[in-house]
Design a protein around this ligand. Sequence first.
Ligand SMILES: Nc1ncnc2c1ncn2[C@@H]1O[C@H](COP(=O)(O)OP(=O)(O)O)[C@@H](O)[C@H]1O
Ligand SMILES: O=P(O)(O)OC[C@H]1O[C@](O)(COP(=O)(O)O)[C@@H](O)[C@@H]1O
Ligand SMILES: [Mg+2]
Length: 565
Amino acid sequence: MASHIILPPDDADENHHQEDGELEEEQEELGRDDAPQEQPPKAALPFSATCVRISRDSYPNLRALRNASSVSLADAAYVKISEGDYGYVLDDVPHLTDYVPDIPTYPNPLQDHPAYSTVKQYFVNEDDTVPQKVVVQKNSRRGVHFRRAGPRQRVYFGPDEVKACIVTCGGLCPGLNTVIRELVCGLSHMYNVNNIYGIQNGYKGFYSSNYLPLTPKSVNDIHKRGGTVLGTSRGGHDTKKIVDNIQDRGINQVYIIGGDGTQKGAYEIFKEIRKRGLKVSVAGVPKTIDNDIAIIDKSFGFDTAVEEAQRAIDSAHVEACSAENGIGLVKLMGRYSGFIAMYATLASRDVDCCLIPESPFYMDGEGGLLQYIEGRLKENKHMVIVVAEGAGQDLIAKSIATSDQQDASGNKLLLDIGLWLTHKIKDYFKSKKMEMTIKYIDPTYMIRAIPSNASDNVYCTLLAHSAIHGAMAGYSFTVGMVNGRHTFIPFYRVTSTRNKVKVTDRMWARLLSSTNQPSFLSQKDIDEASEADRLANRPPLPTGASHRVASSFEQSASSTSNGEI
Ligand SMILES: Nc1ncnc2c1ncn2[C@@H]1O[C@H](COP(=O)(O)OP(=O)(O)O)[C@@H](O)[C@H]1O
Ligand SMILES: O=P(O)(O)OC[C@H]1O[C@](O)(COP(=O)(O)O)[C@@H](O)[C@@H]1O
Ligand SMILES: [Mg+2]
Protein backbone atom coordinates (compact mmCIF):
# COMPACT_ATOMS: atom_id res chain seq x y z
CA MET A 1 0.00 0.00 0.00
CA ALA A 2 1.27 3.46 -0.77
CA SER A 3 1.78 6.27 1.67
CA HIS A 4 -0.97 7.71 3.84
CA ILE A 5 -2.23 11.07 2.83
CA ILE A 6 -4.14 13.65 4.76
CA LEU A 7 -5.68 16.27 2.55
CA PRO A 8 -4.51 19.71 3.57
CA PRO A 9 -7.14 22.39 3.98
CA ASP A 10 -5.08 25.15 2.40
CA ASP A 11 -5.24 23.89 -1.17
CA ALA A 12 -8.89 22.86 -1.08
CA ASP A 13 -11.07 24.23 -3.82
CA GLU A 14 -14.00 25.80 -2.08
CA ASN A 15 -16.03 26.48 -5.18
CA HIS A 16 -15.59 23.14 -6.83
CA HIS A 17 -18.85 21.42 -7.65
CA GLN A 18 -19.55 17.74 -7.29
CA GLU A 19 -18.28 15.69 -10.25
CA ASP A 20 -18.95 12.65 -9.62
CA GLY A 21 -20.13 3.95 -1.84
CA GLU A 22 -18.20 -12.78 9.59
CA LEU A 23 -15.02 -12.16 10.09
CA GLU A 24 -13.14 -15.45 9.89
CA GLU A 25 -12.70 -17.11 6.58
CA GLU A 26 -10.30 -14.78 4.81
CA GLN A 27 -8.15 -13.86 7.74
CA GLU A 28 -4.60 -14.74 8.24
CA GLU A 29 -4.00 -16.49 11.50
CA LEU A 30 -2.39 -14.07 13.85
CA GLY A 31 -0.40 -15.39 16.76
CA ARG A 32 -0.58 -14.73 20.48
CA ASP A 33 0.92 -11.62 21.82
CA ASP A 34 1.65 -11.11 25.49
CA ALA A 35 3.72 -8.05 26.27
CA PRO A 36 2.64 -4.41 26.34
CA GLN A 37 4.57 -2.52 23.68
CA GLU A 38 5.69 1.04 23.58
CA GLN A 39 5.02 2.75 20.25
CA PRO A 40 8.10 4.15 18.56
CA PRO A 41 8.32 7.82 19.52
CA LYS A 42 6.78 10.22 17.05
CA ALA A 43 7.07 13.92 16.57
CA ALA A 44 3.98 15.79 17.76
CA LEU A 45 2.55 16.87 14.41
CA PRO A 46 -0.73 18.60 13.80
CA PHE A 47 -1.58 15.69 11.48
CA SER A 48 -0.67 12.02 11.62
CA ALA A 49 3.03 11.35 11.72
CA THR A 50 2.43 8.49 9.31
CA CYS A 51 0.75 10.81 6.85
CA VAL A 52 2.19 12.67 3.92
CA ARG A 53 0.77 16.08 3.14
CA ILE A 54 0.29 16.52 -0.57
CA SER A 55 -1.27 18.97 -2.92
CA ARG A 56 -4.77 17.90 -3.82
CA ASP A 57 -4.34 19.28 -7.32
CA SER A 58 -1.74 16.66 -8.10
CA TYR A 59 -4.15 13.87 -7.24
CA PRO A 60 -7.19 13.88 -9.48
CA ASN A 61 -8.59 10.77 -7.73
CA LEU A 62 -8.46 12.46 -4.40
CA ARG A 63 -10.11 15.53 -5.83
CA ALA A 64 -12.88 13.33 -7.20
CA LEU A 65 -13.19 11.50 -3.90
CA ARG A 66 -13.39 14.72 -2.01
CA ASN A 67 -15.90 16.21 -4.41
CA ALA A 68 -17.98 13.05 -4.54
CA SER A 69 -18.44 13.14 -0.81
CA SER A 70 -18.88 16.91 -0.50
CA VAL A 71 -16.21 17.37 2.14
CA SER A 72 -16.30 20.89 3.48
CA LEU A 73 -13.20 23.03 3.38
CA ALA A 74 -12.75 22.80 7.14
CA ASP A 75 -13.18 19.03 7.19
CA ALA A 76 -10.67 18.42 4.39
CA ALA A 77 -7.99 18.59 7.09
CA TYR A 78 -9.34 15.40 8.63
CA VAL A 79 -9.62 13.31 5.48
CA LYS A 80 -7.12 10.47 5.65
CA ILE A 81 -6.52 8.63 2.45
CA SER A 82 -4.05 6.04 1.18
CA GLU A 83 -3.65 4.98 -2.41
CA GLY A 84 -2.60 1.59 -3.73
CA ASP A 85 -2.29 -0.23 -7.01
CA TYR A 86 -4.92 -0.19 -9.75
CA GLY A 87 -6.79 2.80 -8.42
CA TYR A 88 -7.14 1.42 -4.89
CA VAL A 89 -8.10 4.12 -2.40
CA LEU A 90 -8.48 3.65 1.36
CA ASP A 91 -10.74 6.26 2.93
CA ASP A 92 -9.34 5.73 6.38
CA VAL A 93 -10.50 6.68 9.86
CA PRO A 94 -8.52 8.68 12.41
CA HIS A 95 -6.44 6.88 14.99
CA LEU A 96 -5.17 7.96 18.40
CA THR A 97 -1.59 7.68 17.15
CA ASP A 98 -2.34 10.39 14.58
CA TYR A 99 -2.10 12.96 17.33
CA VAL A 100 -1.09 11.34 20.66
CA PRO A 101 2.58 10.30 20.76
CA ASP A 102 3.96 7.19 22.46
CA ILE A 103 0.81 5.28 23.33
CA PRO A 104 1.56 1.82 24.71
CA THR A 105 -0.34 -1.13 23.23
CA TYR A 106 -1.54 -4.30 24.94
CA PRO A 107 -2.41 -7.80 23.82
CA ASN A 108 -6.12 -8.13 23.08
CA PRO A 109 -7.66 -9.89 26.11
CA LEU A 110 -9.90 -11.84 23.74
CA GLN A 111 -7.02 -14.17 23.03
CA ASP A 112 -7.46 -15.58 26.54
CA HIS A 113 -11.26 -15.59 26.48
CA PRO A 114 -12.63 -19.14 26.80
CA ALA A 115 -15.61 -18.43 24.51
CA TYR A 116 -13.36 -17.21 21.72
CA SER A 117 -10.60 -19.77 22.19
CA THR A 118 -12.31 -22.10 19.74
CA VAL A 119 -12.10 -19.50 16.97
CA LYS A 120 -9.11 -20.30 14.81
CA GLN A 121 -8.59 -16.95 13.16
CA TYR A 122 -10.22 -14.41 15.36
CA PHE A 123 -8.21 -11.25 14.83
CA VAL A 124 -8.65 -9.09 11.79
CA ASN A 125 -5.62 -8.34 9.70
CA GLU A 126 -4.82 -4.63 10.07
CA ASP A 127 -4.65 -4.29 6.29
CA ASP A 128 -8.12 -5.73 5.61
CA THR A 129 -10.39 -3.29 3.83
CA VAL A 130 -13.83 -3.51 2.25
CA PRO A 131 -14.69 -2.07 -1.19
CA GLN A 132 -17.48 0.47 -1.44
CA LYS A 133 -18.49 -0.90 -4.84
CA VAL A 134 -18.66 -4.62 -5.43
CA VAL A 135 -20.04 -4.56 -8.96
CA VAL A 136 -17.08 -3.93 -11.24
CA GLN A 137 -16.02 -4.42 -14.82
CA LYS A 138 -12.83 -5.95 -16.15
CA ASN A 139 -11.05 -2.62 -16.39
CA SER A 140 -12.56 -0.90 -13.37
CA ARG A 141 -10.31 0.86 -10.95
CA ARG A 142 -10.38 -0.77 -7.54
CA GLY A 143 -11.98 2.31 -6.05
CA VAL A 144 -12.76 3.44 -2.53
CA HIS A 145 -12.35 1.06 0.40
CA PHE A 146 -13.11 1.30 4.11
CA ARG A 147 -11.17 -0.23 6.95
CA ARG A 148 -12.62 -3.56 7.98
CA ALA A 149 -14.10 -3.72 11.49
CA GLY A 150 -13.28 -6.48 13.95
CA PRO A 151 -10.98 -7.26 16.86
CA ARG A 152 -7.33 -6.31 16.53
CA GLN A 153 -4.46 -8.31 17.93
CA ARG A 154 -3.28 -5.37 19.99
CA VAL A 155 -5.38 -2.72 21.72
CA TYR A 156 -4.59 0.82 22.82
CA PHE A 157 -6.22 0.73 26.24
CA GLY A 158 -4.95 -1.16 29.26
CA PRO A 159 -7.13 -3.60 31.19
CA ASP A 160 -8.30 -1.14 33.88
CA GLU A 161 -7.91 2.02 31.91
CA VAL A 162 -11.20 2.20 30.01
CA LYS A 163 -13.91 4.55 31.18
CA ALA A 164 -16.67 4.37 28.59
CA CYS A 165 -19.90 6.27 28.13
CA ILE A 166 -22.92 5.67 25.91
CA VAL A 167 -25.42 8.23 24.63
CA THR A 168 -28.52 7.96 22.42
CA CYS A 169 -29.66 11.02 20.45
CA GLY A 170 -32.37 11.99 17.96
CA GLY A 171 -35.59 10.08 17.30
CA LEU A 172 -36.34 6.58 18.52
CA CYS A 173 -35.61 3.47 16.53
CA PRO A 174 -36.18 -0.23 17.28
CA GLY A 175 -32.98 -1.78 18.61
CA LEU A 176 -31.56 1.17 20.56
CA ASN A 177 -31.76 -0.80 23.80
CA THR A 178 -30.16 -3.82 22.16
CA VAL A 179 -27.18 -1.71 21.05
CA ILE A 180 -26.86 -0.25 24.57
CA ARG A 181 -27.06 -3.73 26.09
CA GLU A 182 -24.49 -5.21 23.75
CA LEU A 183 -22.10 -2.29 24.22
CA VAL A 184 -22.22 -2.80 27.98
CA CYS A 185 -22.04 -6.61 27.84
CA GLY A 186 -19.44 -6.62 25.06
CA LEU A 187 -17.15 -4.16 26.85
CA SER A 188 -17.52 -6.07 30.07
CA HIS A 189 -17.35 -9.65 28.80
CA MET A 190 -14.84 -9.25 25.95
CA TYR A 191 -12.55 -6.54 27.33
CA ASN A 192 -13.16 -6.73 31.11
CA VAL A 193 -14.27 -3.09 31.23
CA ASN A 194 -16.04 -2.17 34.48
CA ASN A 195 -16.47 1.58 34.17
CA ILE A 196 -19.37 2.18 31.79
CA TYR A 197 -21.77 5.11 32.08
CA GLY A 198 -25.02 6.05 30.41
CA ILE A 199 -25.54 9.69 29.40
CA GLN A 200 -29.17 10.65 29.91
CA ASN A 201 -31.47 12.30 27.37
CA GLY A 202 -29.11 12.87 24.48
CA TYR A 203 -26.19 15.25 24.03
CA LYS A 204 -27.37 17.68 26.69
CA GLY A 205 -27.01 14.88 29.27
CA PHE A 206 -23.22 15.20 29.02
CA TYR A 207 -23.38 18.47 30.90
CA SER A 208 -26.78 18.62 32.56
CA SER A 209 -27.47 15.23 34.20
CA ASN A 210 -25.78 12.63 36.32
CA TYR A 211 -24.01 9.82 34.49
CA LEU A 212 -25.72 6.46 35.09
CA PRO A 213 -23.42 3.55 35.94
CA LEU A 214 -24.27 0.62 33.64
CA THR A 215 -23.49 -3.04 34.26
CA PRO A 216 -24.38 -6.23 32.39
CA LYS A 217 -26.87 -6.90 35.19
CA SER A 218 -28.57 -3.51 34.94
CA VAL A 219 -29.06 -3.84 31.17
CA ASN A 220 -29.88 -7.53 31.11
CA ASP A 221 -33.50 -7.31 29.93
CA ILE A 222 -33.60 -4.00 28.13
CA HIS A 223 -33.48 -5.42 24.59
CA LYS A 224 -37.03 -6.65 25.10
CA ARG A 225 -38.29 -3.07 25.40
CA GLY A 226 -38.79 -0.38 22.80
CA GLY A 227 -37.26 3.10 23.12
CA THR A 228 -34.01 3.81 24.91
CA VAL A 229 -33.44 3.32 28.62
CA LEU A 230 -31.04 6.27 28.52
CA GLY A 231 -33.60 8.71 27.11
CA THR A 232 -32.96 10.79 24.01
CA SER A 233 -33.49 14.30 22.67
CA ARG A 234 -33.04 16.56 19.71
CA GLY A 235 -30.94 19.70 20.15
CA GLY A 236 -28.56 20.39 23.02
CA HIS A 237 -25.27 19.78 21.22
CA ASP A 238 -22.70 22.07 22.79
CA THR A 239 -19.30 20.74 21.72
CA LYS A 240 -17.22 22.61 24.26
CA LYS A 241 -19.39 21.72 27.24
CA ILE A 242 -19.58 18.09 26.13
CA VAL A 243 -15.81 17.70 25.71
CA ASP A 244 -15.15 19.60 28.97
CA ASN A 245 -17.25 16.96 30.72
CA ILE A 246 -15.59 14.07 28.90
CA GLN A 247 -12.22 15.48 29.94
CA ASP A 248 -13.18 16.29 33.54
CA ARG A 249 -14.68 12.87 34.15
CA GLY A 250 -11.79 11.01 32.55
CA ILE A 251 -13.95 9.32 29.92
CA ASN A 252 -11.78 7.74 27.19
CA GLN A 253 -14.31 5.89 25.03
CA VAL A 254 -17.46 7.63 23.81
CA TYR A 255 -20.17 5.56 22.11
CA ILE A 256 -22.70 7.73 20.29
CA ILE A 257 -25.87 6.17 18.89
CA GLY A 258 -27.88 8.35 16.55
CA GLY A 259 -28.72 9.48 13.04
CA ASP A 260 -27.12 11.88 10.60
CA GLY A 261 -27.46 14.84 12.97
CA THR A 262 -25.99 12.83 15.81
CA GLN A 263 -23.04 11.64 13.70
CA LYS A 264 -22.34 15.27 12.76
CA GLY A 265 -22.29 15.98 16.48
CA ALA A 266 -19.96 12.99 17.05
CA TYR A 267 -17.60 14.40 14.42
CA GLU A 268 -17.55 17.80 16.18
CA ILE A 269 -16.77 16.04 19.46
CA PHE A 270 -13.97 14.05 17.84
CA LYS A 271 -12.44 17.21 16.33
CA GLU A 272 -12.47 18.98 19.68
CA ILE A 273 -10.96 15.93 21.40
CA ARG A 274 -8.22 15.84 18.79
CA LYS A 275 -7.61 19.56 19.13
CA ARG A 276 -7.11 19.06 22.87
CA GLY A 277 -4.88 16.02 22.26
CA LEU A 278 -7.01 13.73 24.45
CA LYS A 279 -6.61 9.96 24.38
CA VAL A 280 -10.29 9.34 23.68
CA SER A 281 -11.88 7.11 21.01
CA VAL A 282 -15.22 8.22 19.57
CA ALA A 283 -17.39 5.47 18.07
CA GLY A 284 -20.64 6.32 16.30
CA VAL A 285 -23.36 3.72 15.80
CA PRO A 286 -25.66 5.01 13.06
CA LYS A 287 -29.36 4.98 13.87
CA THR A 288 -32.11 6.06 11.53
CA ILE A 289 -35.60 4.78 11.14
CA ASP A 290 -35.71 6.41 7.71
CA ASN A 291 -32.65 4.44 6.53
CA ASP A 292 -31.23 7.66 5.14
CA ILE A 293 -27.63 7.41 6.34
CA ALA A 294 -25.18 7.33 3.45
CA ILE A 295 -22.75 4.49 2.65
CA ILE A 296 -24.17 1.80 4.95
CA ASP A 297 -26.21 -1.11 3.58
CA LYS A 298 -29.10 -0.64 5.97
CA SER A 299 -29.72 0.88 9.37
CA PHE A 300 -30.69 -1.25 12.37
CA GLY A 301 -34.38 -1.21 13.25
CA PHE A 302 -35.39 -0.53 9.67
CA ASP A 303 -36.64 -4.10 9.06
CA THR A 304 -38.62 -3.99 12.29
CA ALA A 305 -40.22 -0.68 11.29
CA VAL A 306 -41.15 -1.99 7.83
CA GLU A 307 -42.70 -5.08 9.40
CA GLU A 308 -44.81 -2.90 11.71
CA ALA A 309 -45.79 -0.62 8.82
CA GLN A 310 -47.19 -3.73 7.14
CA ARG A 311 -49.75 -4.03 9.87
CA ALA A 312 -51.07 -0.56 9.12
CA ILE A 313 -51.21 -1.36 5.41
CA ASP A 314 -53.05 -4.62 6.11
CA SER A 315 -55.66 -2.71 8.12
CA ALA A 316 -56.01 -0.13 5.37
CA HIS A 317 -56.54 -2.92 2.88
CA VAL A 318 -59.22 -4.58 5.02
CA GLU A 319 -61.05 -1.24 5.45
CA ALA A 320 -60.80 -0.42 1.74
CA CYS A 321 -62.02 -3.85 0.62
CA SER A 322 -65.00 -3.73 2.97
CA ALA A 323 -66.46 -0.51 1.55
CA GLU A 324 -67.80 0.44 -1.83
CA ASN A 325 -65.09 2.44 -3.57
CA GLY A 326 -63.04 2.25 -0.41
CA ILE A 327 -59.68 3.96 -0.17
CA GLY A 328 -57.20 3.09 2.56
CA LEU A 329 -54.57 5.78 3.01
CA VAL A 330 -51.52 5.09 5.18
CA LYS A 331 -48.95 7.72 6.11
CA LEU A 332 -45.53 6.40 7.06
CA MET A 333 -42.38 8.03 8.41
CA GLY A 334 -39.85 9.34 5.93
CA ARG A 335 -38.96 12.99 6.17
CA TYR A 336 -36.51 13.19 3.25
CA SER A 337 -36.23 9.55 2.15
CA GLY A 338 -39.05 7.19 1.30
CA PHE A 339 -37.39 3.86 2.09
CA ILE A 340 -39.96 2.77 4.68
CA ALA A 341 -42.85 3.53 2.31
CA MET A 342 -41.07 1.84 -0.60
CA TYR A 343 -40.17 -1.35 1.27
CA ALA A 344 -43.52 -1.60 3.05
CA THR A 345 -45.21 -1.25 -0.33
CA LEU A 346 -43.00 -3.83 -1.98
CA ALA A 347 -43.52 -6.23 0.90
CA SER A 348 -47.28 -5.78 1.05
CA ARG A 349 -48.35 -6.21 -2.59
CA ASP A 350 -51.73 -4.70 -1.62
CA VAL A 351 -50.66 -1.14 -2.34
CA ASP A 352 -51.89 0.62 -5.49
CA CYS A 353 -49.88 3.79 -5.12
CA CYS A 354 -46.81 4.77 -3.11
CA LEU A 355 -45.79 8.42 -2.81
CA ILE A 356 -42.34 9.39 -1.54
CA PRO A 357 -40.40 12.66 -1.16
CA GLU A 358 -37.95 11.72 -3.91
CA SER A 359 -40.66 11.36 -6.54
CA PRO A 360 -42.68 14.55 -7.03
CA PHE A 361 -46.26 14.00 -8.10
CA TYR A 362 -49.18 16.12 -9.21
CA MET A 363 -52.87 15.87 -8.41
CA ASP A 364 -54.88 17.23 -11.32
CA GLY A 365 -55.24 16.55 -15.01
CA GLU A 366 -54.01 13.87 -17.35
CA GLY A 367 -51.68 11.42 -15.59
CA GLY A 368 -52.31 13.06 -12.20
CA LEU A 369 -52.99 11.22 -8.93
CA LEU A 370 -56.73 11.97 -8.84
CA GLN A 371 -57.28 10.58 -12.31
CA TYR A 372 -55.33 7.46 -11.37
CA ILE A 373 -57.40 6.95 -8.19
CA GLU A 374 -60.63 7.32 -10.15
CA GLY A 375 -59.49 4.77 -12.73
CA ARG A 376 -58.37 2.34 -10.04
CA LEU A 377 -61.68 2.57 -8.15
CA LYS A 378 -63.67 2.02 -11.34
CA GLU A 379 -61.52 -0.98 -12.17
CA ASN A 380 -61.10 -2.55 -8.73
CA LYS A 381 -63.65 -0.91 -6.38
CA HIS A 382 -61.00 -0.28 -3.75
CA MET A 383 -57.43 0.93 -3.43
CA VAL A 384 -54.61 1.40 -0.94
CA ILE A 385 -52.31 4.44 -0.98
CA VAL A 386 -49.10 4.69 1.03
CA VAL A 387 -47.58 8.12 1.47
CA ALA A 388 -44.29 9.00 3.14
CA GLU A 389 -44.67 12.01 5.40
CA GLY A 390 -42.18 14.11 3.42
CA ALA A 391 -43.94 13.57 0.08
CA GLY A 392 -45.94 16.30 -1.63
CA GLN A 393 -44.85 19.09 0.72
CA ASP A 394 -44.49 21.40 -2.29
CA LEU A 395 -48.14 20.78 -3.21
CA ILE A 396 -49.40 21.62 0.27
CA ALA A 397 -47.25 24.75 0.36
CA LYS A 398 -48.90 25.90 -2.87
CA SER A 399 -52.41 25.53 -1.49
CA ILE A 400 -52.06 26.72 2.10
CA ALA A 401 -49.89 29.26 3.87
CA THR A 402 -46.94 27.52 5.49
CA SER A 403 -44.34 28.65 7.97
CA ASP A 404 -40.74 27.51 8.11
CA GLN A 405 -40.87 26.05 11.59
CA GLN A 406 -38.07 23.73 12.68
CA ASP A 407 -37.53 21.28 15.51
CA ALA A 408 -34.69 21.56 18.04
CA SER A 409 -32.28 19.88 15.61
CA GLY A 410 -33.15 22.20 12.74
CA ASN A 411 -35.35 19.70 10.86
CA LYS A 412 -38.19 21.39 9.00
CA LEU A 413 -41.52 20.60 10.60
CA LEU A 414 -43.70 18.91 7.99
CA LEU A 415 -47.31 19.54 7.09
CA ASP A 416 -49.67 16.57 7.25
CA ILE A 417 -49.71 15.20 3.72
CA GLY A 418 -52.12 12.45 4.78
CA LEU A 419 -54.85 14.83 5.96
CA TRP A 420 -54.28 17.11 2.98
CA LEU A 421 -54.64 14.20 0.53
CA THR A 422 -57.75 12.95 2.34
CA HIS A 423 -59.47 16.31 1.84
CA LYS A 424 -58.33 16.66 -1.77
CA ILE A 425 -59.56 13.17 -2.66
CA LYS A 426 -62.90 13.68 -0.92
CA ASP A 427 -63.44 17.02 -2.66
CA TYR A 428 -62.59 15.53 -6.03
CA PHE A 429 -65.11 12.69 -5.79
CA LYS A 430 -67.74 15.02 -4.35
CA SER A 431 -67.36 17.22 -7.43
CA LYS A 432 -67.70 14.09 -9.60
CA LYS A 433 -70.72 12.96 -7.56
CA MET A 434 -69.07 9.56 -7.10
CA GLU A 435 -69.65 7.68 -3.83
CA MET A 436 -66.48 6.69 -2.01
CA THR A 437 -65.07 6.21 1.49
CA ILE A 438 -61.58 7.04 2.64
CA LYS A 439 -59.97 5.72 5.81
CA TYR A 440 -56.79 7.48 6.84
CA ILE A 441 -54.36 5.55 9.04
CA ASP A 442 -51.39 7.32 10.57
CA PRO A 443 -49.35 4.86 12.65
CA THR A 444 -46.62 7.49 13.27
CA TYR A 445 -44.58 6.47 16.29
CA MET A 446 -46.04 2.95 16.46
CA ILE A 447 -43.54 1.74 13.86
CA ARG A 448 -40.51 2.90 15.80
CA ALA A 449 -41.48 2.66 19.47
CA ILE A 450 -41.27 -1.14 19.48
CA PRO A 451 -38.54 -3.62 20.36
CA SER A 452 -36.40 -4.82 17.45
CA ASN A 453 -37.17 -8.10 15.72
CA ALA A 454 -34.87 -11.12 15.72
CA SER A 455 -32.70 -10.15 12.76
CA ASP A 456 -32.35 -6.54 13.92
CA ASN A 457 -31.32 -7.83 17.36
CA VAL A 458 -28.47 -9.81 15.83
CA TYR A 459 -27.52 -6.86 13.63
CA CYS A 460 -27.45 -4.54 16.66
CA THR A 461 -25.18 -6.99 18.48
CA LEU A 462 -22.68 -7.07 15.62
CA LEU A 463 -22.70 -3.29 15.27
CA ALA A 464 -22.08 -2.85 19.00
CA HIS A 465 -19.23 -5.37 18.95
CA SER A 466 -17.64 -3.74 15.91
CA ALA A 467 -17.85 -0.36 17.66
CA ILE A 468 -16.13 -1.79 20.75
CA HIS A 469 -13.33 -3.48 18.77
CA GLY A 470 -12.67 -0.23 16.88
CA ALA A 471 -12.62 1.95 19.98
CA MET A 472 -10.32 -0.50 21.81
CA ALA A 473 -8.02 -0.42 18.79
CA GLY A 474 -7.80 3.37 19.07
CA TYR A 475 -9.91 4.41 16.08
CA SER A 476 -12.63 7.11 15.88
CA PHE A 477 -15.31 6.33 13.31
CA THR A 478 -18.90 5.50 12.49
CA VAL A 479 -19.43 1.76 12.33
CA GLY A 480 -21.44 0.37 9.45
CA MET A 481 -22.12 -2.58 7.24
CA VAL A 482 -20.91 -2.05 3.67
CA ASN A 483 -21.67 -4.80 1.19
CA GLY A 484 -22.34 -7.20 4.04
CA ARG A 485 -19.07 -6.52 5.86
CA HIS A 486 -18.67 -4.44 9.00
CA THR A 487 -16.43 -1.42 8.47
CA PHE A 488 -15.11 1.73 10.14
CA ILE A 489 -16.31 4.70 8.10
CA PRO A 490 -14.96 8.25 8.46
CA PHE A 491 -17.52 10.55 10.09
CA TYR A 492 -17.46 13.02 7.22
CA ARG A 493 -18.49 10.27 4.83
CA VAL A 494 -21.74 9.40 6.54
CA THR A 495 -22.69 13.00 7.26
CA SER A 496 -21.91 14.73 3.96
CA THR A 497 -24.77 13.21 2.01
CA ARG A 498 -28.12 11.67 2.80
CA ASN A 499 -29.21 8.38 1.32
CA LYS A 500 -32.31 8.66 -0.83
CA VAL A 501 -34.43 6.40 -2.98
CA LYS A 502 -33.16 6.75 -6.53
CA VAL A 503 -36.22 6.91 -8.72
CA THR A 504 -34.11 5.94 -11.72
CA ASP A 505 -32.92 2.72 -10.08
CA ARG A 506 -34.29 -0.77 -10.28
CA MET A 507 -35.89 -0.91 -6.85
CA TRP A 508 -38.22 1.99 -7.57
CA ALA A 509 -38.93 0.44 -10.95
CA ARG A 510 -39.90 -2.80 -9.22
CA LEU A 511 -42.25 -0.80 -7.05
CA LEU A 512 -43.81 0.96 -10.05
CA SER A 513 -44.33 -2.36 -11.74
CA SER A 514 -45.87 -3.89 -8.61
CA THR A 515 -48.35 -1.04 -8.00
CA ASN A 516 -48.79 -0.09 -11.66
CA GLN A 517 -49.00 3.54 -10.59
CA PRO A 518 -47.88 6.36 -12.87
CA SER A 519 -44.27 7.39 -12.38
CA PHE A 520 -45.33 11.09 -12.51
CA LEU A 521 -42.08 11.68 -14.38
CA SER A 522 -42.11 13.86 -17.48
CA GLN A 523 -39.77 13.28 -20.42
CA LYS A 524 -37.78 16.24 -19.05
CA ASP A 525 -37.37 14.48 -15.68
CA ILE A 526 -36.22 11.32 -17.43
CA ASP A 527 -33.75 13.25 -19.57
CA GLU A 528 -32.35 14.98 -16.50
CA ALA A 529 -32.02 11.65 -14.69
CA SER A 530 -30.25 10.18 -17.72
CA GLU A 531 -27.84 13.09 -17.77
CA ALA A 532 -27.12 12.67 -14.07
CA ASP A 533 -26.50 8.98 -14.69
CA ARG A 534 -24.21 9.75 -17.60
CA LEU A 535 -22.19 12.15 -15.47
CA ALA A 536 -21.84 9.51 -12.84
CA ASN A 537 -20.43 7.16 -15.51
CA ARG A 538 -23.43 4.94 -15.49
CA PRO A 539 -25.21 3.62 -18.56
CA PRO A 540 -28.00 6.06 -19.55
CA LEU A 541 -31.67 5.28 -19.46
CA PRO A 542 -32.99 3.93 -22.72
CA THR A 543 -34.40 6.71 -24.88
CA GLY A 544 -38.10 6.80 -25.60
CA ALA A 545 -39.05 5.99 -22.00
CA SER A 546 -42.48 7.36 -21.50
CA HIS A 547 -45.00 7.96 -18.81
CA ARG A 548 -44.83 4.47 -17.42
CA VAL A 549 -41.17 3.89 -17.10
CA ALA A 550 -40.98 0.81 -14.93
CA SER A 551 -39.84 -1.61 -17.58
CA SER A 552 -37.26 0.70 -19.07
CA PHE A 553 -35.76 1.39 -15.67
CA GLU A 554 -35.21 -2.33 -15.28
CA GLN A 555 -32.44 -1.94 -17.81
CA SER A 556 -30.69 0.87 -16.02
CA ALA A 557 -27.45 0.29 -14.19
CA SER A 558 -27.41 -1.33 -10.78
CA SER A 559 -26.88 1.02 -7.91
CA THR A 560 -24.46 0.79 -5.09
CA SER A 561 -26.51 2.90 -2.72
CA ASN A 562 -28.09 1.20 0.25
CA GLY A 563 -31.46 -0.36 -0.08
CA GLU A 564 -31.22 -0.68 -3.85
CA ILE A 565 -29.92 -3.63 -5.76
N1 LIG B 1 -24.55 19.73 12.51
C1 LIG B 1 -24.61 19.31 13.78
N2 LIG B 1 -23.55 19.49 14.60
C2 LIG B 1 -23.61 19.05 15.88
N3 LIG B 1 -24.68 18.44 16.42
C3 LIG B 1 -25.75 18.23 15.66
C4 LIG B 1 -25.78 18.65 14.30
N4 LIG B 1 -26.99 18.31 13.78
C5 LIG B 1 -27.67 17.70 14.79
N5 LIG B 1 -26.93 17.65 15.90
C6 LIG B 1 -27.33 17.09 17.20
O1 LIG B 1 -27.56 15.68 17.06
C7 LIG B 1 -28.65 15.27 17.88
C8 LIG B 1 -29.65 14.51 17.09
O2 LIG B 1 -29.88 15.10 15.84
P1 LIG B 1 -31.22 14.90 15.03
O3 LIG B 1 -31.01 15.48 13.69
O4 LIG B 1 -32.36 15.39 15.83
O5 LIG B 1 -31.45 13.36 14.97
P2 LIG B 1 -30.73 12.22 14.23
O6 LIG B 1 -29.42 12.04 14.88
O7 LIG B 1 -31.63 11.09 14.46
O8 LIG B 1 -30.60 12.64 12.81
C9 LIG B 1 -29.23 16.54 18.48
O9 LIG B 1 -28.81 16.60 19.83
C10 LIG B 1 -28.64 17.65 17.66
O10 LIG B 1 -28.43 18.83 18.42
O1 LIG C 1 -41.30 13.63 16.18
P1 LIG C 1 -39.85 13.33 16.18
O2 LIG C 1 -39.40 12.62 17.40
O3 LIG C 1 -39.05 14.55 15.91
O4 LIG C 1 -39.53 12.28 15.04
C1 LIG C 1 -40.15 12.27 13.82
C2 LIG C 1 -39.20 12.20 12.69
O5 LIG C 1 -38.08 11.41 12.90
C3 LIG C 1 -37.90 10.54 11.80
O6 LIG C 1 -38.34 9.30 12.25
C4 LIG C 1 -36.49 10.49 11.31
O7 LIG C 1 -35.62 10.13 12.33
P2 LIG C 1 -34.31 9.28 12.08
O8 LIG C 1 -33.18 10.18 12.47
O9 LIG C 1 -34.42 8.09 12.96
O10 LIG C 1 -34.22 8.88 10.63
C5 LIG C 1 -38.79 11.05 10.70
O11 LIG C 1 -39.28 10.07 9.83
C6 LIG C 1 -39.87 11.73 11.48
O12 LIG C 1 -40.34 12.82 10.80
MG1 LIG D 1 -31.82 12.80 11.10
